[in-house]
Design a protein around this ligand. Structure first.
Ligand code: ATP
Length: 441
C-alpha cells in the first residue's frame, strides 16, 4: 500500500507519519480504515481519515493532537475523538470495537474488540479494509472480506446476512456508494436488501438517522440519480406515504442540477451555499405546505435548514411576475431578492426558464448583491446609530438608492444615510426611544 500512499498529497503523508510515530511511542497498533483505503485503491482523493487503534483511542488522539498542535474534539460516549486540522483535512480516531445489535434497527451495544471484530461490524466489503501503520505488518492491506476484489469488479457486498436487519440505514448507504462509483449490488446482497425493504425495516429507523443518510445522498454529485435509485429499490414511504417522486420531480431535479452548476461555476465567490436544501425542496414540491412541514418536523431539521426548505415554497407568483417584467429597475430586483436565501434564489431560477427572469436573477447575484457602498457600519455608528436590525435597513436603503443612480459617491451616501436616520428618528418619536437609532446626539 506504500506506493498507493506515496501518491497522496503532502499534508496526508505528513499526518500519516505522525500517526505512525505515536503508534510506535505508545506501542498501540494503528490502522487506516473505512473510506480512506477504499478511495486510495480507487485513486479518489479523500481528506477524511479514520484511524482505529488497538488500545485507548482517545488517549492516542490526545498524544497525536499534542504532536500536531491541533484542536481535539472528544466524543467520550463513543470512545472516539476528532482532530481538526485546517480547512479540508479531518482525522477521526477510535478504539477497535465490536458491536452487538439487541434488536432490529436499534443502535448497537458497543464494546472494545479485536481488529477483526472491528472490520466485521462494518457495512460493506469495500469499507472493511485496513492498512496497518505499525509493526511487522506496516503498510500491509488487511482485507479479510475481499474488498479489493469487489472494488475491482465494482460490487457492493454486505459482510453477513443480517447486515441490513442490524442496521437498515445500510440500505441507503449501499445505494449511495453504488451510484457514486457506478457499482452494482451483488446478487445475494440485493436479495437481502429487497427482503429488508419488504419487511418495512426502514420504517423502524429513527427519523434523524434517515435524515442524515438522505442529506448525504443529496450531497452526492448526482442527487437525481441517487433519489431515483432509492425510489426504485426502496420507495420513499419510510419518509412519508405522500412522497412519490414522478417525472415532474425528476425534471425539476435536472433543472436544479443545471442551475447549481451554473451558480458554482460563475459565482464561486459566494460561500455558505447548501445545494442539498434545494434538492430537498424540489422533492417536497408536489406536496401541500402542511405535508411538507410534517416531513420537515419528523426528520428534525435544524431551524435554519427548515426555514430555507420552506422558504423555497413561499415564492409567490407576484414575485415571479415582477422578475419577468421588462424594464424592472435594478433597485426593485434587489429589494425583491435580497430577503431570500441563496438556496431560495437558485430554486427560483430552476423553476422558470424565461430568459429575462433568469437574467434579472443573475444580475442580482453577480452585480447588485456584490455592490459595496463607500460607507460602512462605522460611519453609521459615528452618526449615532446603534448596531441592530435598523443598521442593515439603513445600509440597504442607501444601496437601493445607489442602484437607482441616486447616490453616487461617499458624500452623497453619507448625506442620504443622514436623511434616512432622521426619518427613522421622527417615526420612532418619543414613544419608543430605542429604534436602533441612538438619540444621544
Ligand atoms: P464517505 O466517502 O461518504 O465519507 P465513508 O466510508 O468514509 O464514506 P463514513 O460514514 O465516514 O463513510 O464511515 C466510515 C466507515 O465507518 C465506513 O467506511 C464503514 O466502514 C463504517 N460505517 C459507517 N457507517 C456504517 C454503518 N451504518 N454500518 C456499518 N459500518 C459503517
Amino acid at each position: 500500500m506504500k506506493t498507493y500512499l506515496e501518491k497522496s498529497p503532502r499534508e496526508i503523508k505528513r499526518l500519516i507519519s505522525s500517526v505512525k510515530e505515536v503508534s510506535r511511542e505508545t506501542k498501540m497498533p494503528a490502522y487506516l480504515v473505512g473510506g480512506f483505503p477504499r478511495d486510495l485503491i480507487l485513486g479518489v482523493r479523500d481528506w477524511d481519515l479514520d484511524i482505529t487503534v488497538e488500545g485507548d483511542g482517545i488517549g492516542f488522539a490526545e498524544k497525536l493532537a499534542k504532536k500536531l498542535d491541533s484542536r481535539l474534539v472528544r466524543h467520550e460516549r463513543f470512545g472516539t475523538a476528532t482532530l481538526i486540522l485546517g480547512d479540508r483535512l479531518k482525522l477521526d480516531v477510535a478504539t477497535t470495537r465490536k458491536e452487538r445489535y439487541p434488536a432490529c434497527a436499534c443502535l448497537p451495544l458497543v464494546s472494545s474488540g479485536s481488529l477483526a471484530e472491528d472490520l466485521f461490524r462494518r457495512d460493506f466489503t469495500i469499507n472493511a479494509m485496513a492498512i496497518a501503520l505499525s509493526g511487522k505488518k506496516g503498510w500491509e492491506l488487511i482485507d479479510k472480506y475481499r474488498g479489493k476484489e469487489d472494488l475491482a469488479s465494482g460490487k457492493i457486498r454486505v459482510l453477513h446476512r443480517s447486515s441490513f436487519k442490524d442496521d437498515p440505514t445500510r440500505i441507503l448507504r449501499g445505494i449511495r456508494f453504488m451510484q457514486r462509483y457506478n457499482f452494482k449490488i451483488e446478487k445475494e446482497t440485493l436479495d437481502l436488501l429487497k427482503e429488508a425493504v419488504a419487511s418495512g425495516l426502514l420504517h423502524r429507523v429513527h427519523p434523524h438517522r434517515i435524515r442524515d443518510e438522505l442529506v448525504l445522498m443529496l450531497k452526492e454529485k448526482d442527487p437525481s440519480a441517487q433519489v431515483k435509485r432509492l425510489h426504485d429499490l426502496a420507495g420513499l414511504s419510510f419518509v412519508s406515504s405522500k412522497l412519490k417522486p414522478g417525472r415532474q420531480t425528476f425534471g425539476l431535479f435536472k433543472s436544479v442540477n443545471k442551475q447549481v452548476s451554473w451558480f458554482m461555476e460563475k459565482l464561486p465567490c459566494y460561500g455558505d451555499f447548501e445545494p442539498w436544501i434545494i434538492y430537498f425542496a424540489a422533492l417536497l414540491r408536489p406536496l401541500s405546505r402542511e405535508e411538507a412541514k410534517e416531513i420537515i418536523r419528523k426528520l428534525g431539521f435544524t431551524a435554519t435548514a427548515a426555514k430555507k426548505i420552506l422558504g423555497c415554497r413561499r415564492i409567490g407568483s407576484k414575485l415571479v411576475k415582477s422578475l419577468k417584467r421588462r424594464g424592472i429597475k435594478p433597485a426593485r430586483v434587489f429589494s425583491l431578492l435580497k430577503p431570500l436565501s441563496l438556496e431560495e434564489i437558485i430554486f427560483l431560477r430552476s423553476l422558470w426558464s424565461d430568459s429575462l427572469f433568469r437574467r434579472n436573477i443573475s444580475d442580482f447575484l453577480g452585480v447588485y448583491n456584490r455592490l459595496r457602498l463607500s460607507i460602512t457600519g462605522d460611519d453609521l455608528c459615528r452618526m449615532g446609530v446603534m448596531p441592530g436590525p435598523g443598521f442593515r435597513k439603513i445600509l440597504n436603503r442607501v444601496l437601493v438608492a445607489r442602484l437607482d443612480g441616486k447616490a453616487g459617491g461617499r458624500r452623497q451616501e453619507l448625506a442620504l444615510a443622514g436623511k434616512i436616520i432622521r426619518q427613522l428618528q421622527q417615526r420612532s418619536g418619543a414613544r419608543c426611544p430605542d429604534m436602533s437609532v441612538s438619540r444621544q446626539r
